[in-house]
Structures are given as C-alpha cells and as structure tokens.
Design a protein around this ligand. Sequence first.
Ligand code: ADP
Ligand code: MG
Length: 365
Amino acid sequence: MIRFENVTKHYRGTSKPALSGVDFEVQRGEFVFLVGASGSGKSSCLRLILREDVPTSGRVAVLGRDLRSLANGKVPYFRRHIGSVFQDFRLLPSKTVYQNVAFTLQVTGSSRGFIQQAVPEALALVGLDGKQKRMPHELSGGEQQRVAIARALVNRPQVLLADEPTGNLDPGTSVDIMQLLARINAGGTTVLMATHEAGFVDAMQRRVIELSDGEMVRDEVHGGYGDTSNIPRLVPEEVRGAAAAAALTAVQEVQRQTADLSVVRAALAEELDAQRKAAASAPAPVAQTAPAFTRPTEPGAQKADAVAPVPSDEARRAPVEEQTPAPVGPRTHPIVLPQVDVAELGVADRLGLSDDDAEEVGPTS
Ligand code: ADP
Ligand code: MG
C-alpha cells in the first residue's frame, strides 16, 4: 500500500540528506507510528507519500502507483485517496465546520447530494454532529483537530497520514484524538502517524518505524517508543504520568474492541471458506450468497468481493488504477464507526481472501 525503496531525500542547500536509504512497506489496514527526534525525517516521509515532494533517489510507491511516474496532472486525483492531518489543524478560519469539511469535495466537483450525505457522516464519525455551524475559533483545539480529521476522511481515503496530530493538544484531548485514530484504523483505514508522544506509542504496541538523522533505525511490529532520552518533551513531566495512564486506558478499550473484531474476522474467514466450498459445487457466485458483506447503509450496494457498480461519486472515488476494477476492502467502508459491521472492515481483503491485486506497483497509465 505504501512502499519506500531505498529512498534518499537531499534538500537543496543542505549538507546532509534528510532521508537516507529508507526502505519499508506498509500493508493495507496497518497502524504504523513513525517516530524519531525532531529533524529525523518524519515529515519528509509523509510529504513524499503525498507527492508534495519527490525523492532524490529511490522509489516511493503508494496505492499501487510509482509516484516517480505519476503525471503532475494526476496528483490532485491521487491525493483524494490519502487523507492528511497536521499538528496545526489547517482549517479555513472564515468557514464554518460544515464548510471546512465540504470544501474539498466542492472544489473537486462532488455532487451536492454526495456532499450533503458525506459531510454529516464524517462529522458524526468524529463526534461533532451538533457543531456544523460553528466557526473554527469557537472550537477547542481538540474539536478543531476533529474537524481536520473529518475533512481528511470525507473522501473515504484508503490511507490517513497524521503528522504529529496531537502535538498542539493537551494530554486528555490527545487521548481522545488517539482513540479516534485507532478506531478509524479499526474500520479498515491504513494509518501512518508521525509522533513524539512516547506514551501513546508504548501503550498501543503497534508497528513502529524509527528514524534517526534520516536513517531508519528500527521497524518493529509491536514496538514501543524506544529510547526517549533524546526526544523533546511536549508535555511537562508532571502531567505525563497521568497522560500515559489515560492513554493506556483509552487504548486498551480500543484494543479490546479490536480483539472482538478479530474473533469476528476468524468466524467470518471460516464462513467465507465454507461458502466458497459450497459455491464451487453450486451455480450461484459466492458474493451473492454472502449476506455478511452487504452494506447496510446503502440498500442494494455492492458486495465487498464483487466489482462495484459505478455511480458518479463512486467513480470519482475509484482507485488510481482507472482501468482496473475497483478494489474492495477498506476503501469501500462507509465512515461509520464499526459497531461491529464486519462488512465494512475489508475483512476478506485483509485475510487475503479477496481477489484484489491492486497492491502491485504497476504502470501509471
Ligand atoms: P521531522 O518531521 O522528523 O522533524 P523533517 O522531515 O521535517 O523532520 O526534516 C528532516 C530534515 O530535513 C531536517 O534537518 C530539516 O531541517 C530538513 N528539511 C526539511 N524540509 C526541508 C526543506 N524544505 N528544505 C531544506 N531542508 C529541509
Ligand atoms: Mg515534522
């Protein structure tokens, strides 16, 4: 889903490369922390993924696209598949919450009907349903970041990039945002988060990629923050204990939910297997006999392992590989928190049961 191959980034006028020989691959559905001291290259990585910049050497591939050969004209289209949030929120100060979230959809030509459905859905997802008419300055920092997350998700991207999203927030609010990101990931969205917050990284026990002076020094599946002695503290020493405890509680709750989901996934895998076997000896295709894969929010919607019919908004959100059938999985989940709708988790996909091979880096046109 995201692949760095021996990536080096040397900014003009600097003596040392910001990134040097960075190599990693992030799979669909993963939650990955990108950690490292200030200046270690985290934001540079995220910018390369967004194609805001290009590597000096090496290759970055995202969503099956080699970004080197992505034509400039296709970049805006490509970016619709990637949500991003930042430490400083980046909201439009003169627009309401609703308008901030709707804005990108409007400029990219979404239909009014789609916007009217997608914006409230995104705001509900982040817990801001009642605040559509507020202006950014009428919101707390945590609420502003929620608006930014809603904006990032309104296009239902497959990947969410977060660059120090809790960096400007107090510890309690940071926990809420962290929990929200973890739940978004539990819904199937791949999340890559650059952070300094050791407490979260330790508590989450998710994959950690650590950079030091532009070099990748660690890639651990269930990592913690590691040696934090050189990391500047964004939160004062005395509140950090409380923050870490709160983070742990919040994250344990998310992990409990996720564990519930893995039980569901296992059961579903069995069920799918049984259905596939049954289908092998019956005329009806498996997809049409798998009620678990219907989308309850959209009557008559496609099955997760069937090729989608293509209404206009769906087409607009179609994968970058325009000629290939729409891949299934996380991209198709509606942005409603999973309580617990296995159909929306891209389960077949993550279990390797789908026929989707859109992961491969291919030609660009
Ligand atoms: P981090 O996000 O981990 O703090 P960055 O990716 O922002 O690290 O920066 C990595 C290194 O690249 C730093 O030494 C920084 O000064 C340098 N750098 C980042 N952006 C630029 C730029 N546009 N021009 C020159 N140097 C840059
Ligand atoms: Mg940075």
